[in-house]
Every structure is written in structure tokens, then in C-alpha cells.
Design a binder for this molecule. Structure first.
Ligand SMILES: C[S@@+](CC[C@H](N)C(=O)[O-])C[C@H]1O[C@@H](n2cnc3c(N)ncnc32)[C@H](O)[C@@H]1O
Length: 257
């Protein structure tokens, strides 16, 4: 049967709102439909020139087809709160630096020469030996194609050169965590797509995090990253914290005050 014949089948799906139980579910007009999130809620932040400028900086050198505005909006809010505390910033899993580039630009990091922003990545993708069988089954290995660009390290060094407090660290987490010389951290973004280095980073950062310091988990709610969700939930139980699941797929936790 050809595709055209399939389309001609008398398929009629009709959903009447409200549903019998009174729910209306999401109906258009949608204000945002990108990156796994469709909503009719207000997202005027996208039109804010300051947001747009920071987003442009973050997105520079990255994939033009990627629209992760709401995730960046969340990261900017978290970073803005963390900036009111004493402490350095850390990102484990930087790639082209969308989140961290947007943050350094929006918060104007050049005004804080003493506040370091550590940027850790292999700049060569996820180490194969860190990908478990369960993660392989979930499709994590396939993601590596996007992260293995031989020019990436040089490009990221150049992108962050305007901010002297940016410390770009190339290598495998957890081996490189000792490059973080901070005694206090108020913001950490963890985005490495696999359990092993993420939880190692979480354990390393735990004693350094100041009370009220934030950790933003990029992959927490994404279906392909459910192994990370389970590992972070276990981490949360161990440390007596809870993780906020955000509709962007991110997770957020705070070191208790
Ligand atoms: C989804 S990307 C990060 C995107 C980034 N947060 C952004 O805002 O653009 C994941 C990155 O994690 C890195 N990565 C994965 N495992 C790692 C490890 N064990 N050590 C260091 N980097 C790792 C990969 O090289 C890849 O660049």
C-alpha cells in the first residue's frame, strides 16, 4: 500500500473539549512548541532583547536547528539566583557552551574577575567505557556523533576568551574534577548524558556547594536519560534533598540552607 493510499483511509480523530471529566488538556494557540515542550503559557521572555542577546551568544558556534530557549531561560534564572551567593560556577558537559555562554553574557561575568566559571568537557564526546548496557539500549551511544568534532576544543576556548574567569578544562570527568580549585560553588550545571560522571560530579561538588547553591540537571526528565533520573533520585535520597522536575526536561536541586 502506498503512503497516499494510507492517507486516504477514513481516519477521523475528534476530541471534544472539555472532556467528560471536565479537563480541557492543551489546546492551541501554542505559544511554545520546541525541545519536547508544547504549551500555551506565556513565554514573553523570548521577546526580551536582553534574553535574545544572551541566547545568541550561547547559541553561537552551535547547531542552528536547536531551539532550547526555555531551558536557557531556566538556566539564566538559576544562575541569577546563584550569583547572589558567594561561590564559583561549574558546568560539567559544555559542548559548544549554549547554557554557559548565555549565562556569562547575561550576567556580564567580566565584572566578576574573581568568580571562576569552570567548564569541563572531554570535547570529544562521552567516553565509550562510561556508557552502560542500559544506556546503550536507550540510545545514548548514538548521541556521540553530535559531540565528536575535532575543532570543538579550540572553538570553545575562543568563544570563552572574552571572560578571563572562564576556565576551560579538557578531559574526562571524574578525572578532571580536581581542576576545580574552588572552596565554594553556588551554581553547577550537569549535562553529560550518562550516569557515571554525573553522579561522580555530584558527589565531588556536594561538600563545595554553599547553602542555597543550585545544581541544574539538563537531562533529568528526558526519556532516553531515565537511567540518569534513577541515579539522581538515589543521590537525592542519600543526601536528603528533593529534585524539582521541570517541564523542560531539566531537574533542579538546591543544597539545603
Ligand atoms: C549535551 S552536551 C552538553 C551541552 C551543553 N550543556 C550546552 O549548554 O551546550 C554533553 C557533553 O558532555 C560531554 N561529556 C560526556 N561525558 C563526559 C565526561 N565523562 N567527561 C567530560 N565531558 C563529558 C560530551 O563531550 C558533550 O560535549
Amino acid at each position: 500500500m502506498s503512503d497516499q493510499q494510507i492517507l486516504q483511509l477514513p481516519l477521523k480523530v475528534e476530541v471534544k473539549f472539555p472532556l467528560a471529566d471536565g479537563r480541557t488538556l492543551v489546546q492551541g494557540p501554542l505559544t511554545y512548541n520546541s525541545d519536547g515542550l508544547a504549551t500555551r503559557h506565556n513565554c514573553d521572555f523570548i521577546k526580551d532583547p536582553a534574553f535574545a542577546a544572551a541566547y545568541r551568544v550561547g547559541a553561537s558556534g552551535g547547531r542552528a536547528d536547536l531551539h532550547i530557549e526555555w531551558r536557557v531561560h531556566v538556566a539564566l534564572w538559576v544562575a541569577g539566583q546563584a550569583a547572589q551567593l558567594e561561590g564559583d560556577f561549574v558546568e560539567c558537559g559544555v559542548n559548544t557552551g549554549i547554557l554557559s555562554g548565555a549565562i556569562m553574557s547575561a550576567l556580564d561575568f567580566s565584572k566578576w574577575p574573581d568568580r571562576k566559571f569552570y567548564l569541563l568537557d572531554t570535547f570529544a564526546g562521552i567516553p565509550e567505557e562510561q556508557i552502560t548496557a542500559a544506556e546503550r539500549t536507550a540510545g545514548v551511544s548514538g548521541m556521540n556523533r553530535k559531540y565528536q568534532d575535532s575543532d570543538l576544543y579550540a572553538a570553545v576556548q575562543q568563544k570563552f576568551a572574552p571572560w578571563p574567569s572562564a576556565v576551560v578544562v579538557r578531559g574526562r570527568v571524574p578525572d578532571t574534577l580536581s581542576a576545580i580549585k574552588s572552596t565554594r560553588v553556588s551554581y553547577a550545571s550537569i549535562d553529560m548524558n550518562v550516569v557515571e560522571p554525573e553522579i561522580a560530579a555530584g558527589e565531588f561538588l556536594w561538600p563545595l556547594l554553599v547553602p542555597g547553591g543550585f545544581v541544574l540537571l539538563d537531562d533529568y526528565g528526558w526519556a532516553a536519560h531515565v537511567n540518569q533520573k534513577h541515579a539522581w533520585d538515589e543521590f537525592a535520597r542519600r543526601h536528603g534533598i528533593s529534585i524539582l522536575a521541570l517541564p523542560t526536561g531539566q531537574g533542579l536541586w538546591m543544597k539545603p540552607r
